[in-house]
Design a binder for this molecule. Sequence first.
Ligand SMILES: Nc1ncnc2c1ncn2[C@@H]1O[C@H](COP(=O)(O)OP(=O)(O)OP(=O)(O)O)[C@@H](O)[C@H]1O
Ligand SMILES: [Mg+2]
Length: 365
Amino acid sequence: MENPFRPSAGATPPEILGRAGVLDEFEYGLRLGSGAPGLLTIFTGARGIGKTVMIGAAHDVAREHGWAVISETATAGFMGRIGESMRQLAEELGTGPVVRRITAVAAAGFSITTQLPPERQVAWRTLGQDLLTLLDKHGTGLVITVDEIHAADRGELAQLAASVQHFTQDRLPIGLVFAGLPAAVSDLLNEGVATFLRRADKIDLHAAAVREVEESFAHTFAEASFEVSPALVRRAAEATGGYPFLIQLVGYFLWREAEINQGTLTPESVERGIAAAHRRNARTVIEAALATVSPKDLDFLHAMAEDDGPSVAGDIGRRIGARTNLVANYRSRLLAAGLIEAAGHGKVGFAIPGLRQHLRAQTSD
Ligand SMILES: Nc1ncnc2c1ncn2[C@@H]1O[C@H](COP(=O)(O)OP(=O)(O)OP(=O)(O)O)[C@@H](O)[C@H]1O
Ligand SMILES: [Mg+2]
């Protein structure tokens, strides 16, 4: 049996933990069809929490129900790429007058860099209408998924939302599934770029229960006939904090340790595996996230790291010698970047596991 763990962005894990019922509303929407609330879903959550994996799961559920799916990431030009995919779908559906019309409408192509110019917008919408009408006749519909919407060009997103709203008003079978970082997504919804999206079912993803991780590790290792004590399995599960990326990393490195050691996990090898997992988490998730922040924001983070738990804004301001309005500025930037999260009563905490320890280690270097 090969190592089943997948510590890699967007990779489907051997078991999707802590997500029972999350797609129920969406699946119900696929049965109800046009206008069902579950057909407009936004997943939010910290980096590495499993947003892309949920988009993939929604994709699979939609396919099982016979719906067509177009999956995109919100980098510049996604509207054009969705247009191209719609054209291809129409062609795959066969011939006939509608398909010929679709092909004619799309002939000029949609592959452009950012927002669609007005005449292409009209073409995009006509194409969508025709395709959805065709799918509706087959008793199915189209789901469009867009990942990383926090990075989307506002204009493009507004175009997509307006078109989807239009299709929904025409009772056409369209579903939209988005994913992005929580604070950035709520900014986006509050800016009014796409008021229609405020009605979406917003699902904030959290860590899985450690207990569930423990059960999953126990049976995965048992299946591979690894020898490991229940206490060590618990220790490994606790070291993940239920955080999806760490679940995969810890599982992966423990598996490697067991392979090296003829299928036995000793206390020493478990600690080695956990340490390797945390190092990898720091190198990938944490360093990538920190690479995007300004030196001032970094000061703010270091000031937070002095606390053992959530930090009070006033304390941070005092430590970095900044006034309240400046502190508020740094705070909202870091929230949008997904590095920190609100922790109640004006407090903030770290949104990524291990970030506090990483910052503290930097200070002591
Ligand atoms: N529910 C889950 N149970 C177990 N492992 C999971 C789960 N969801 C995701 N993972 C694993 O966690 C890692 C991160 O998942 P994913 O890439 O979907 O996160 P993300 O939220 O999209 O991260 P980012 O913000 O960096 O895009 C992957 O290795 C994936 O296999
Ligand atoms: Mg992702």
